[in-house]
Design a protein around this ligand. Sequence first.
Ligand code: GMT
Length: 379
Amino acid sequence: MKKQKIGIVCYPTYGGSGVVATELGIALAARNHEVHFITYKQPFRLEAFHPNVSYHEVSFENYALFENPPYETALASRIVDVVLHEKLDILHVHYAIPHASAAYMAQQILLAQNIFIPFITTLHGTDITLVGKDKSFLPVVQFSINNSNAITTVSESLKKDTISFFDINKEIVVVPNFVDFKRFSKKNKPHFKQLVAQNDEKILIHISNFRKVKRVEDVVRMFEIVNKTIPSKLLMVGDGPERQKCESLTRELEICDQVKFLGKQEAVEDLLAIADLMVLPSETESFGLAALEAMACQVPVISSNTGGLPEININGQTGFLSDVGNYEDMAKNAIFILSDSARLEQFKTNALLKAQEFTIDFVVPQYEKIYREVLESNV
Ligand code: GMT
């Protein structure tokens, strides 16, 4: 594809949409596009210097009158500035709120100067299933989705939810999450494993931002059952509003010695290298990037059957699916996999095979195709 100047708007924080946006930007830059991230903090996976990648911070002085700083206005202004001065061809915004409406506002401001900048909106999950459908946001979210020049969702399930919660008048293209196999692949770390599991216990892992929607207490409850039959350790990776309650539950269940809360970790691939099972019992999960990254490292997944999870975690092959909240069933499935080493090996192999359907080389060209179509239809 002809080299394009692409502006990427995303959340820079610990979360799937920011990770996808950042990894996409890096992959596009490696394919010779010029990529400009526009957000309020350096995206957390944008660690190293990348040729063809720039970062434009949205920063502004807060004024005493504002109880809540008007981020959307500052973002739209910054987008206008970057489009004008970096001469961007296209914008790709990740997570509808408030990125799609800020992009629309920037587009209108630039149109008044006879400059047309098309924007693509990628819906990631809670911007539709949780926050977006809330009445306090719905009209703006619906309007800005419908006025995007292209719309993508990260799973068939999220596409269905978007169509059922909103009145959408445009085609929605599904482009799944992807994984970088250079970073996420099975690594042999026996010394590290020995540090976590001195007596060769099995290692279960959960990685999330500990929001309510992740149901982190279910992870602890299912682990307590598993640990009674199969001596195990649980690594809880990430941080967020539900962590405190979750730690209290661990104390209440008297399993503190078996459960380690590691907080936010950059090198999750090193932790996945020593894990035997990933646990993701979410209330809603539009895709489940954390599950995909685990599968790429040959870690089978015990998850709920919500949202897009059944599109990647194949029941009885790459792991198991249970109803939301049924942590007893999750524990039963985990014991089934862990209790037989040949079976565990088979699930690990299946997990890797399924993950290989979601490579960068398969997914990034799908976004490039959308950029090309949008640019060609607006000449
Ligand atoms: O899972 C989160 O809480 C983070 C959230 C986000 O928007 O940053 O992740 C969403 O986007 C990811 C990337 O597309 C998906 O893999 C996650 O499934 C999705 N999370 C939910 O739907 C809860």
